[in-house]
Design a binder for this molecule. Structure first.
Ligand SMILES: [Zn+2]
Ligand SMILES: [Zn+2]
Length: 297
């Protein structure tokens, strides 16, 4: 295959650097000369690259496939068993509640039947007559009313409990679900920029020390930064703090950079002009610590 950038040259090398490769990872000798990457670390001849691929696949394939199949199966099993568990408790609960309300209704009706007007006591069954006598002589109806009220209160509690527990349960599961759905976004982005995305995927933590903030920028791809700067210029955005505040919810890498910039703004350092003499030493230290990653493009 011939080089798209240098007519007549053959592609001989593959770039493995963790960046968005300016040469689409296919390099000829001249590309290599122009490409500022660590040759020992990140440049492989095509044949060597193929060997690396085969090695990697052989090492990871059989194990991984088995693990994946097992994991999928495990998940299907647990999903189906939890579904059964939930269905079972739901059915039992429905049935129990129905039984209790049926019992209350039946008891209510049995009192209504014997209390209803114009009933000839002699026509009542012995049990019913006994009940009627208890109502007239004793307090059995009052007892039942009290009992019924306490039953209804108890059921009221169950209802609240069911609602509250289910809501909490669903919320917890949904939180976990949303959290694993982020894995998909991560995989999607990784085609663009595998390594840096993985490295900066963690939640951004505000830092009080400027060095700590800058250390984190090691993982930002220089070319991505250039794209943002170009965009800011093109859109004529002069208030970049305002622009970045709006980006916090956006894509991962941009979000990360936005957080770094907003963080720097919070730190006193930014309020001074760091080209001033008194701040020269800080600038030097920053450079010495080699915090800024060299832009490769
Ligand atoms: Zn490259
Ligand atoms: Zn080339």
């Amino acid at each position: 295959m011939s080089c798209a950038y240098h007519i007549g040259n053959q592609i001989q090398l593959i770039c493995l650097a963790p960046h968005k490769c300016k040469f689409q990872r296919k390099l000829c000798g001249e590309c290599l000369f122009e490409h500022e990457v660590d040759v020992k670390l990140y440049i492989a001849p095509i044949k060597k690259f193929q060997e690396l691929v085969t090695q990697k696949l052989e090492l990871s394939k059989p194990n991984n496939e088995l693990e994946l199949t097992a994991q999928i199966l495990n998940f299907k099993t647990i999903l189906s068993s939890t579904q059964n568990m939930l269905k079972q408790i739901w059915d039992q609960l429905t049935e129990s509640i129905k039984q209790i309300f049926d019992m209350i209704e039946m008891e209510d009706k049995s009192y209504q039947k014997i209390i209803s007007n114009n009933v000839n006591p002699t026509e009542l069954s012995n049990t019913d007559l006994e009940k009627l006598v208890q109502i007239v002589e004793g307090k059995s109806l009052d007892f039942w009313k009290e009992k019924k009220n306490s039953y209804l209160k108890r059921l009221e509690f169950t209802k609240a409990c069911l609602d509250q527990e289910t809501r909490a349960f669903c919320e917890r599961l949904n939180k976990e679900r949303k959290s694993i759905m982020q894995l998909i976004t991560m995989v999607g982005n990784s085609q663009e920029n595998t390594q840096s995305i993985t490295l900066i995927e963690q939640v951004y933590k505000r830092k009080k020390d400027l060095y700590e903030v800058l250390i984190q920028t090691k993982n930002i791809d220089g070319s991505f930064l250039n794209e943002i700067i170009a965009m800011l210029k093109k859109e004529k955005i002069t208030n970049c703090l305002e622009f970045f505040s709006k980006q916090i919810k956006d894509q991962t890498q941009l979000k990360f950079i936005a957080n770094v910039i907003l963080n720097i703004n919070e730190i006193d350092f930014n309020k001074k002009n760091y080209s001033l003499k008194e701040n020269e030493q800080i600038s030097k230290n920053v450079m010495k610590k080699n915090i800024f990653r060299k832009t490769n493009h």
